[in-house]
Design a protein. Structure first.
Length: 505
């Protein structure tokens, strides 16, 4: 099986423990480093041949008889060791001794309910305990995505947003360009002991124009899960690493029985399924050089058509209307296979959520014949430092809050309580996050081919535009190729409209 890695991950995290907190000033540190360059010792074997004369008398005739004698001689070659002096200029921030007393940091987040709200509460309490007498973290809930988006926009407009904000990766380009995210926190890493190599994240989700303004707090990693009991009942072999998309459709067909509300797979239009299918088949969303959508390219269109065909042609996935009307669910045994959000980490994917009704496990996205590749999606939410640190005079303290939520204490809470997948490497790869019998290794291996949201300056406008025509195709209102062409046209129109109205800071 041939695999290829299309995007790479940056390691990274942030353990911010101890250290002084106060005002900071930027400096350029110049260091001269002596580096010894050695040439290897050369050893030679020298073979000599000696021809001693051995005289034998044979009827008064003297004869020379050569004898070969090998002598191994070690030849020592003198090695020169020049010293190269390198000038290293490193931008860093020196953190001075505390002078401001207790500094308040206001953090806005949409992790406000259920297990996610519990993680937020635990992390805030732990932070305030650790930094007591120096920093006071004040958390404001329901600000951010979903129902909190309107509040977030209002607080930005009035200048009342917190100096720390839980954001999403696709917002970073736009909000950096309009000035909301105006800090590069990389120069603070050394002084604040932020070890970014201990965390997993997609570079495109955190870094914009070589600047990093925050650190990952959690991510949603999508992987296929399957109902092992349903496979056994129908005599279908379990998924393998060699499965192609044809193998997937064949198994799903054998596992489908609409009369019993049993379907081979779930597909009700989730972007976590159709987006990685496009990438695995060799397609892209748009051409970076001209900012135009290329979802109608042969590779992308083929993948989208395969996705839509699951429902309309192969009929192995319940139509959206049937799914909603009957409230079909993997946990109730209606779907034999499903693309799951953070299996093992999300509160819905704990083993006890099934209630002992069946056994389930994780498997890799099937391979695509065109490319021999697979792909799965990764969504991330980093905490970012906003421009309002200037209002509160708390840049260092805000970075400490961001780093604490990226570090092992908060990430451990995510593993314990659920809500998403922890981004701290050692916690992700532990029984604390996902104990047996589920196959945690599948989730870890999937990082070789995880694809992101492809952040774009006008990503949100594009996303809102392409969804309606895609769902028209998925529900059979229009042919798949018609839906795909409309996705391209509507997406491009939305991008052009947003570009015309955009005013960078």
């Amino acid at each position: 099986m041939t695999q290829a890695t299309r995007r790479r991950y940056l390691g990274g995290a942030g353990a911010v423990l101890g250290g002084v907190v106060a005002a900071a000033c930027g400096e350029a540190e110049v260091r001269y480093v002596e580096r010894v360059v050695e040439k290897p010792v050369i050893q030679e074997k020298v073979v000599t041949v000696e021809k001693p004369v051995i005289q034998e008398t044979v009827r008064t005739v003297t004869v020379e008889k050569p004898v070969i004698v090998e002598k191994e001689v070690e030849k020592i070659v003198t090695v020169e060791k020049p010293v190269v002096v390198e000038k290293v200029v490193e931008k860093r921030v020196e953190v001075a001794a505390p002078t401001k007393g207790i500094v308040k940091v206001l953090m806005d987040t949409d992790w406000a309910r259920g297990t996610r709200g519990e993680v937020t509460a635990r992390a805030a309490e732990a932070f305030n305990d650790q930094f007591a007498g120096r920093i006071l973290l004040d958390v404001r809930l329901d600000i951010g995505q979903g129902n909190g988006a309107e509040k977030q926009r209002a607080l930005i407009a009035t200048g009342e947003l917190g100096s720390v904000l839980l954001t999403v990766s696709w917002q970073i380009p736009n909000w950096t360009e309009n000035g909301l995210f105006n800090v590069d926190i990389q120069p603070y890493f050394r002084q604040l002991n932020i070890d970014i190599d201990k965390m997993l994240f997609l570079e495109e989700h955190l870094k914009y124009k070589n600047r990093i303004g925050g650190l990952p707090m959690q991510f949603n990693g999508f992987d296929w899960v399957y109902n092992k009991s349903r496979f056994d009942e129908n005599g279908v072999d379990y998924p393998t690493d060699e499965w192609t998309w044809d193998d997937f459709i064949d198994a799903a067909t054998r596992l489908t029985n609409p009369e019993k509300d049993q379907w081979g797979a779930r597909n009700v239009g989730e972007h976590s399924l159709w987006m990685p299918m496009v990438f695995a088949n060799g397609g892209e969303f748009w051409d970076e050089t001209n900012g135009k959508s290329v979802l109608d390219s042969p590779a992308a269109a083929e993948a989208l058509e395969m996705n839509i065909d699951m429902v309309n042609k192969h009929q192995v996935a319940a139509p959206r209307a049937v799914h909603s009307e009957k409230r079909l669910s993997f946990f109730n045994g209606n779907y034999a296979m499903q693309m799951a959000n953070s299996p093992g980490g999300n509160w819905n994917w704990r083993p006890e959520a099934v209630g002992g009704k069946f056994e389930w496990d994780v498997f890799h996205m099937p391979l695509f014949k065109r490319t021999g590749l697979r792909a799965t999606q990764l969504n991330e939410q980093p905490y970012y430092v906003t421009k309002f640190h200037e209002r509160d005079d708390n840049i260092v303290e805000s970075i400490q809050v961001v780093a604490f939520h990226a570090g092992p204490i908060t990430q451990g809470f995510i593993a314990d309580v659920g809500g998403a997948t922890p981004a701290w490497k050692s916690i992700l790869d532990s029984n604390r996050f996902m104990p047996p019998p589920q196959t945690r290794q599948v989730i870890l291996d999937s990082f070789q081919w995880r694809e992101g949201m492809k952040p774009h300056l006008f990503w949100y406008e594009w996303w809102i535009a392409v969804n309606p025509p895609y769902r028209e195709g998925l529900t059979g209102q229009v042919p798949a190729l018609t839906a795909i062409r409309k996705m391209v046209d509507d997406g491009n129109a939305a991008i052009e409209k947003a570009r015309a109205a955009f005013k960078p800071a």
